[in-house]
Ligand binder design. Structure first.
Ligand SMILES: NC(=O)C1=CN([C@@H]2O[C@H](COP(=O)(O)OP(=O)(O)OC[C@H]3O[C@@H](n4cnc5c(N)ncnc54)[C@H](OP(=O)(O)O)[C@@H]3O)[C@@H](O)[C@H]2O)C=CC1
Ligand SMILES: CC(=O)N[C@@H](CCC(=O)OP(=O)(O)O)C(=O)O
Length: 347
């Protein structure tokens, strides 16, 4: 059995990791840690995780996390690096936070405003890269993996095949994405009170300032093999979970609706967790709830000559917790899909 500790067990992402780990045949759940919740039982924070109800949450220290085969960290940005540094090099560490996602220190500094901790292999197995490879290749056997952000998961997997294959021009890439409120974490935020969110949608991080912009650009640059910029606008939607990303880019000269579709079919044909829907059906966040699957559809708007891709993902499953477990499986050499649901909860 693989002994796995979860740091940030009282939060949304930690809770989703634990929900999935409870169904993992090769995993024994070890220490559960958090911040101010240390000393309380898991049931006080995650009442849906019944088998772990009586487990006591401990402080997040290297001593508590020491001795586990795997440590999955679901801590706020900036909290992972110090903990990771003090852990044994032989432990597999999977970080759901942003600390180790960006390779460019100046991009980190600009969007996060703190010192750059470094970069780890990026945990998006299905990401196509220029020349035909996929990101999965660098994850097998890795001992340190940075789990992607939830918006970058939806937006990068939506655009990368077209970008890598030259089906779109690498200018004027536009993304507008809506997220459910759990994307912002559990701690109380006035703009996320029910009375503020219910019945309304609102944009935030407008004007190229959202911290997921450099992460999406990093992924699409890896896909293109040359620098890519995007216009990214996130919006908040009145739902607990889910992201719907609408992405578009100018069609490349010589590309057509058929060539674009063919590229997506080829890119994702063997990917159990990325589903290109049959022609004419469009993704919907409701259909991927609790599932580790990202659904997408692609078309060409002939009138304006743009490729339009829409992707739906559960921000807590494929967008974080599921991706963390998928990366853990790859790191340990287990079947990649172990414990990961491909069916959603509906309605
Ligand atoms: N929510 C989402 O959709 C996604 C989240 N992520 C990432 O996952 C990480 C966790 O996010 P999320 O679960 O949403 O956040 P939450 O606010 O829901 O949970 C944060 C967790 O971290 C713990 N914590 C807070 N401060 C400290 C500290 N100083 N030391 C130790 N533990 C601490 C909290 O414990 P306590 O209860 O005791 O305060 C809690 O367990 C973040 O880095 C986030 O960016 C990534 C992709 C998507
Ligand atoms: C709705 C909402 O507030 N979402 C979060 C994204 C959460 C996430 O995936 O990202 P990180 O792991 O990078 O924090 C935001 O926009 O900041």
């Amino acid at each position: 059995m693989v002994r796995v500790a979860v740091a940030g067990a009282s939060g949304y992402a930690g809770g989703e990791v634990l929900r999935l780990l409870l169904g993992h045949p090769d995993v024994e759940i070890g220490a559960l840690t958090a911040g101010s919740s240390a000393g309380s039982t898991l049931a006080q924070h995650q009442p849906h995780l019944v088998p772990l109800a009586d487990r006591v949450i401990e402080e997040t220290t290297a001593a508590v996390l020491h001795g586990h085969d795997v440590v999955i960290m679901a801590l706020p940005h900036g909290a992972s690096a110090a903990v990771a540094e003090a852990l044994d090099e032989r432990s597999v560490i999977i970080d759901c936070g942003a600390d180790f996602r960006l390779t460019d220190p100046s991009g980190w500094q600009r969007f996060y405003g703190t010192a750059h901790a470094g970069s780890w292999p990026y945990g998006m197995p299905e990401l196509v890269r220029v020349g035909g490879g996929k990101q999965r290749e660098v994850l097998a056997g890795s001992h340190r993996i940075a789990v992607p952000g939830c918006y970058p998961t939806a937006c990068s997997l939506a655009l990368a095949p077209a970008v890598a294959d030259g089906q779109v021009q690498l200018r004027d890439l536009v993304i507008v994405a809506a997220s459910g409120t759990s994307g912002a974490g559990r701690s109380l935020k006035p703009h996320l009170l029910g009375s503020e969110v219910m019945g309304a949608m609102s944009p935030y991080g407008v004007g190229g300032v959202h911290r997921h912009t450099p992460e999406i650009e990093q992924n699409l640059t890896a896909a293109a093999g040359e620098p890519v910029k995007v216009s990214f606008t996130p919006t908040l939607a009145p739902m607990p979970r889910g992201i719907l990303a609408t992405c578009s880019a100018p069609l490349a000269h010589g590309a057509t609706g058929d060539t674009v579709r063919e590229v997506y079919e080829k890119a994702y044909a063997d990917e159990p967790f990325v589903q290109l829907l049959p022609d004419g059906r469009w993704p919907n966040t409701g259909n991927v709830l609790g599932s580790n699957v990202l659904q997408l559809q692609v078309t060409v708007d002939e009138r304006v000559g743009r490729v339009v891709v829409v992707a739906a993902v559960d921000n807590l499953t494929k967008g974080t917790g599921g991706a963390a477990v998928q990366c853990m499986n790859l790191a340990l050499g287990l079947p990649e899909g172990t414990a990961l649901p491909t069916t959603g909860v509906s309605p």
